[in-house]
Structures are given as C-alpha cells and as structure tokens.
Write a protein that binds this ligand. Structure first.
Ligand SMILES: Cc1cc2nc3c(=O)[nH]c(=O)nc-3n(C[C@H](O)[C@H](O)[C@H](O)COP(=O)(O)OP(=O)(O)OC[C@H]3O[C@@H](n4cnc5c(N)ncnc54)[C@H](O)[C@@H]3O)c2cc1C
Length: 427
C-alpha cells in the first residue's frame, strides 16, 4: 500500500523554497543505529549531529521534510527560554535559571553557526523588537531588562520609549519595549531544507512519505510503516504537534495548537517606512502578534490561534483582522498568502525532552520558541544517545505536568483557559 502523504502547505515559504529536493519513501526493511520519526528541526538537527558523530541514521517523515511547523513558522529566533528569567529564577532558583539562559543562548548561536557552516540561504537578518501592548506591563519589562543587563551580562539590549518604538515599527499602538541585536529572523522552510541537505551530506538517510505506525519494543526498537520497517537501537520521536497517537505519555504533556500567518503583496518603499531596521517584532499579548519583513518586502504577520481540530475557512481574513489592529493603514494592501501550522505547548511553556524508556527518546513542546530550541534539542539528543547525558538532563529534569482532562477533555479545558487569557489581553 502506498502511504498517503501531503505536499507542503501553500504558503509564501513554499512558493519561495530553494532547492526543494524529493526524497524517496522507505521500501522494505532497514537497520540503523538510530531511527528518527519526524523531519522538522528536531529530527533534522538530531540526524545531522548523530551522523556527524558516526552513527548510522534513518529519518522517516510522513509528508515532506519541513512540512510541519518547521516549514511554516514566523521565522523568529529568540533569546533564552520561552519564559523570562525572573519567572525561571522564581521557579528554579538563580543557578538553574542561569544554566537555562546560557543553554538558550547556545541554541541561538547554534542556529547562526549552522547557517554559516552549511551555507544555508535562508535570508538571516539580525535584530528583534519586543513591543509592550499594556502600559502597566512596562515596569516588569524594565525590571527584566535590568536583570538581563546586570546579572546575565546581556550587552545587546536597547530599551525603547513609546516614540522610539513607534519610529521603529511604524505603528503608535505600543507603549514601549526593547530591541535585541543578537536575535533575529530567517526563512524557516529554507532553513529546514538546508538542515536536511547538511544531514544528508553527513550520511543520514532521509525518507519522505513514510509514516511511522507503531514502535515495537524488544531487544531492539522496531518502527513499522506501511512500506517497510526500521530496526534500530534507539528511536527519537520528533513529531511535536503532529504526534497523533504514537506515544500517550508525550501526548498527555504536549498539546497541539494552531497558529496562523499572512503575507501581504510586496510593499516596495512602503516596507522601509514600516520597519526601517528590518527587525522581527513580537508583542506582549498572551496570544502573541509577531511580524517581520520578508526579503522581497512583504509584511509577514502572525496572529490568532485555534484549538479545535480545524483551521478557519478564510485564514487570510482571519489574520488580516489582527494585522489591522496594529497597521490600520494597510487596509488597502492585498493579502497574497494565508496559512496555518500546528505547534505544541506544555503547561509550563518549557520544552519536554525525555528518555521515555531504554532506546526511546522524545522531544517537543517548545511553546512557540522552536527555531532555536528544536534545533538545539536535536544536538542534545545526539549527545545523550552518545552517552553524554548532562546537558540533555538539564531539560529532562524540568517539570512537565500532564494537561488536566486527559486526551478527551484537555481541549475544552484549554479553550476555556486560553479564552480567559485572550480576554485579559483586551482588558
Ligand atoms: C504558525 C507558527 C508560527 C511559529 N512561529 C515561531 C517563531 O517565530 N519562532 C519560533 O522559534 N518558533 C515558532 N513556531 C514554533 C516552531 O515552528 C516549532 O516549535 C518547531 O518548528 C518544531 O519543530 P519540530 O521538528 O519539533 O516539529 P515539526 O516541524 O512540526 O515537525 C514534525 C514532523 O513530524 C512529522 N510526523 C508526525 N508524525 C509522524 C509519523 N508518525 N511518522 C513520520 N513523521 C511524522 C510531521 O509530518 C512533521 O513534519 C511557530 C509555529 C507555528 C505553527
């Protein structure tokens, strides 16, 4: 039986993909040291780093490499972890919070180094602005900036006043914020495709259109697909928001969410007036708005979430309503693309990385900060499988409580919670 697999979603990214190569489906029975399930940043980075360590690697992807969140996201590379340092300090104490921050910084550097090392053409652009949408949040923002400067030696942060942020983002709806030079943005699908090429060159064997159906645990792990099997010492689950029944323990802790992006028509000289420094921007809403200019001067704007099974029917219009809250002057601009993707969050918004049993690892739940964290997770998985557990264990020790309600009730509970936070954003 030929497995059913899906083409890339029709997005601005798929239309501007560079060197989109087709990989075959698995055909027959194969063996490897490590079998990776899922061809996004987690899986591709793990494949690259394991192959560089001399392991034989087979990666199977149900659809196309980069088909999931890794080929559809906002392309923003953030610093640190998804939670700010004051929160991490209050949860884990100063020493562990520092460790997590340093690892987050290493994740950011890793992405930039991989782009350079493998000559990945993905429009990397320095600079990211955090915009504060409530005046009452400014005091917290100032405290966080002071903490980062004084205790974390972060030297590349500039605080922005209300006027300065208006000049940098071409909108007067924000009360202030800050800019970081070392964070930035990239073309996410081209970055994923570049990682795939690097993994292949390092010796990893990559398959597309090959969905893992079950994983049998024995002396070795056996991954069963519709067209063959992979027998391996170790299996990595790298499916993030698309896991769908493959591992109950992960799914109890990692919740899929849909998020949406539009791309306007090219804005020409108008683009320079919107974001003269070409930074990425993200705001302080709970359901965050994030945006940036593409290399060809479109505005790529992300906002709005949904929690059920389906995407909205008219994604362009769904996101446009959010965009017009920030840029009402763009009402005359044509929207060329609108698409959605599925990410995964955890209750604490910290990544979920675990060795589930001997020979089975899982990693996901990056909670909207996967460009850096998923790439880094791939490297940490390779370290752990090679017996260097220490850095992987910094993450595997993080708390990851299951979502209340179990598989059936967690969606309604989540919708209730999210609606409350979204309402709080508007008050
Ligand atoms: C709209 C959107 C915007 C985002 N914006 C940002 C951002 O600006 N910055 C940021 O840092 N993060 C962002 N994220 C999050 C980020 O994209 C993800 O955290 C990251 O891409 C996760 O990578 P991954 O490899 O773990 O998962 P994915 O890229 O989702 O890959 C998982 C893959 O597993 C495959 N798969 C699933 N089940 C099977 C199976 N049984 N067999 C074989 N293959 C299988 C899927 O087909 C999929 O390709 C965003 C996400 C979305 C959806």
């Amino acid at each position: 039986m030929k497995p059913s697999s899906e083409a890339h979603t029709s997005s601005y990214y798929a239309s501007t993909a560079k060197g989109l190569e087709t990989f075959p489906a698995l055909d027959g029975d194969a063996n490897a040291d490590v079998c990776i399930i899922g061809g996004g940043y987690t899986g591709l980075s793990a494949a690259l780093h394991l192959a560089e360590r001399g392991r034989s690697v087979i990666l199977i992807e149900a659809n196309r490499l980069g088909w999931g969140a890794s080929g559809r996201n906002g392309g923003q590379l953030h610093s640190g972890q998804r939670r700010d340092q004051s929160t991490l300090e209050s949860w884990f104490g100063k020493s562990d919070a520092h460790r997590l921050f340093d690892l987050g910084e290493e994740a950011k550097s890793l992405v930039k180094n991989l782009i350079k090392k493998h000559s990945i053409l993905c429009d990397w652009q320095d600079g990211l602005i955090h915009a504060t949408h409530k005046e009452r949040y400014l005091a917290e923002v100032k405290q966080e900036i002071a903490l980062l400067r004084d205790e974390y030696d972060v030297g590349d942060i500039t605080e922005l006043s209300r006027d300065e942020i208006a000049a940098r983002l071409g909108t007067d709806v924000y009360f202030g914020g800050w800019r970081e030079q070392s964070a930035g943005h990239l073309h996410p699908l081209n970055y994923a495709l570049g990682l795939a090429r690097a993994a292949k060159c390092a010796g990893a064997v990559l398959y597309e259109g090959t969905r893992a159906l079950t994983i049998a645990d024995g002396q070795k792990q056996k991954v069963v697909t519709a067209t063959g099997t992979v027998t391996a010492d170790t299996v990595i689950l790298a499916c993030n928001g698309y896991l769908h029944g493959l591992n109950a323990e992960t799914e109890a802790r990692v919740m899929p969410l849909h998020n949406f992006i539009l791309a306007t028509e090219p804005l020409g000289a108008r683009a320079e007036r919107l974001i003269p420094g070409r930074e990425a921007a993200a705001d302080s809403r709970f359901v965050v708005y994030y945006w940036r200019l593409s290399a060809d001067n479109r505005l790529l704007f992300g906002g709005g979430e949904s929690y059920g099974r389906r995407f909205p029917d008219d994604i362009k219009n769904f996101v446009r309503q959010h965009m017009l809250k920030i840029y009402p002057d763009l009402a005359d601009v044509k929207i060329d693309y609108g698409w959605g993707g599925t990410l995964a969050v955890t209750l604490k918004r910290l990544p979920y990385m675990r060795r589930l049993r001997s020979g089975l690892y899982t990693s996901g739940g990056y909670s909207g900060q996967g460009v850096g964290t998923a790439t880094f997770a791939g490297k940490l998985l390779a370290e752990a499988i090679a017996g260097e557990q220490e850095r992987f264990d910094v993450f595997s020790r993080l708390p990851a409580p299951p979502f209340p309600g179990g598989p059936l009730l967690r969606y309604p509970s989540m919708v209730l919670a999210m609606t409350w936070y979204a309402l709080r954003d508007r008050l």
